[in-house]
Write a protein that binds this ligand. Structure first.
Ligand code: NAP
Length: 492
């Protein structure tokens, strides 16, 4: 018997004879509020942490969350942005997928949002949900404004990361004929790229790297990777853990000039007083103190070397850097230049966001303008029912956990607006309206069980090679595996 029946019985037993009856009204059954319906665009950490917060909020009436993901596989940055040789970070994907399996949550994979073919326009989405949260990340490469940056062989880090990460939109082959490669920038992405290019390919056999990527890396001609930071040792952006990690790779010498680590007394004192920067400087000095082992590959770290030109006629033949120094806290070019004979340049100088049709965008900063996660329109006022989280909200910085803290703020704003009655009433609320929209456009949705089939398929593909998983890279092959791949019976 459901609660409605119980209320009916109660109403009957309370009935009194008509002649005693004072005019009395039986209160109508109290209906639970409908679940708060939310669409989250993007299934990377920034999106899934929003789902987690919504589910944990324990809101009366509950929540119904649809996570729309452009690709057939969930977890975004964790699957495609985290380097394959970082399995510990990648293991977060299990936790993220668990959140997507919570009652009331649906994964709508292979569903793009935007104004392209077979994509759901944002205004259609907003007609079907009480609120929409944009969590699409920021994975476009920042531009490098120096001559020659558009030469063949000078690429943004996102392209090489997409290649070795097996992103469906990435290149399938990578030109690894260059013996000497420059990597610009001294953040963790620069170290990821330097490490993947220099470490023995066999180290990657235990990872989920696509098999073609392994084979290309195994045949790579790269011997020297030069990493350039435009500022000094006090201003590198990578973390000590990542630096020690590259220093520990067998078969690679990491070379740092001790002279580049000498800081003036004031700067030294500031670094030593800083809990984040002190271990990085210590790790740099530990590397600088090492004798080269004569390893077949080298990673050279150059500091105070700003890129000023990529050299070459048709393709990269070199890189020109200019020595910098710091005067009163400001970076100053000295005019002293050096030409490096590199044949490829990777720009790892940071990512930026791309606009999503139907969502306000700050072109200058590459983010969606917001106030505590509420998207702001051109008039500077919140757009009712539209929220944002993650790198597209605060810019592309911070480790994965930062998006979790960020989600607390965004979801607090969303729930406060719901409680205050500030969310617009969507004319077509409900999963049926969403499903009908997708069906009408012929979109083949990959839900969580579809992802489960693809997941098992990838694990099975790794087995003949003794590998835990081999990623499927082609988008249509992913959809096909999600549709049909057999799920073996679970062991008794
Ligand atoms: P990042 O940490 O912001 O580093 C960007 C680097 O590019 C900085 O060294 C910056 O130097 C330099 N740069 C910017 N513009 C430049 C220019 N015009 N010329 C020369 N150099 C320039 O960005 P990221 O490496 O892309 O990383 C993004 C976020 O992801 C970070 O929070 C990072 O920690 C995180 N991440 C973490 C991991 C991990 O945990 N293993 C792996 C990858 C990424 P300035 O400082 O002088 O601007």
């Amino acid at each position: 018997m459901d609660s409605t029946d119980q209320r009916g019985d109660l109403a009957r037993t309370e009935a009194v004879p008509a002649h005693h009856a004072a005019p009395r009204q039986v209160p109508p059954p109290r209906a639970d509020p409908p679940p708060l319906s939310v669409a989250v665009v993007g299934s990377g950490p920034a999106g899934v942490y929003v789902v987690d917060q919504l589910v944990r909020a324990g809101r009366q009436g509950g929540v119904a969350v649809d996570v729309l993901e452009r690709l057939p596989a969930p977890t975004g940055l964790v699957r495609y942005g985290v380097a394959p040789d970082h399995p510990d970070i990648k293991s977060i994907s299990r936790t993220l997928v668990e959140v997507l399996g919570h009652p009331g949550v649906r994964l709508l994979g292979n569903v793009g949002v935007g104004d392209g073919p077979h994509q759901v326009p944002m205004d259609e989405l907003r007609q079907r949900y009480d609120a929409v949260v944009v969590a699409v990340g920021a994975s476009a490469d920042s531009a490098l404004a120096v001559p020659g940056a558009d030469l063949a062989g000078c690429v943004g880090a996102s392209q090489i990361v997409s290649w070795y990460g097996g992103h469906p939109d990435g290149a399938r082959t990578w030109d690894l004929a260059a013996g000497q490669v420059a990597v610009l920038g001294v953040g963790n992405v620069a170290l990821d790229v330097a490490r993947i290019l220099s470490r023995p390919a066999d180290d990657l056999l235990g990872t989920d790297v696509p098999h073609a990527v392994y084979e290309q890396l195994a045949a790579s001609a790269v011997t020297d990777v030069h990493v350039f930071g435009r500022r000094g040792a006090d201003a590198v952006r990578f973390t000590a853990h990542e630096l020690r990690e590259i220093g520990a790779v067998e078969g690679v010498d990491v070379l740092v000039d001790p002279a580049e680590l000498e800081l003036d007394a004031q700067v030294e004192a500031a670094v030593q007083a800083d809990r984040a920067r002190r271990p990085v400087l210590a790790a740099l000095r530990a590397l600088a103190a090492r004798e080269p082992s004569g390893a077949p590959r080298r990673v050279h770290l150059h500091l105070n070397a700003a890129p000023v030109a990529v050299l070459g006629d048709d393709r990269v033949e070199g890189l020109r850097t200019e020595r910098t120094t710091t005067v009163d806290g400001a970076l100053v070019a000295t005019g002293e230049t050096t030409d490096w004979p590199v044949q490829a340049v990777v720009r790892a100088i940071g990512y930026t966001g791309a606009p999503l049709a139907g969502v306000p965008f700050d072109e200058r900063r590459g983010v969606v303008p917001h106030e505590a996660g509420r998207v702001l329109g051109e008039d500077g006022r919140p757009v009712p029912g539209l929220y944002v989280n993650g790198w597209i909200k605060r810019g592309p910085s911070g480790l994965i956990g930062a998006s979790r803290r960020d989600a607390r703020e965004t979801v607090a704003s969303l729930l406060a607006d719901a409680d205050a009655g500030l969310l617009p009433v969507p004319p077509l609320r409900g999963p049926a309206a969403v499903d009908a929209l997708l069906a009408a456009d012929g979109v083949e949705v990959v839900d969580l069980s579809g992802w489960g089939r693809l997941d098992v398929h990838e694990e099975a593909a790794g087995a003949p090679w003794g590998r835990g998983r081999v990623k499927v890279v082609d988008h249509q092959e992913m959809v096909a595996a999600a549709r049909t791949a057999a799920v073996p019976p679970s062991p008794a």
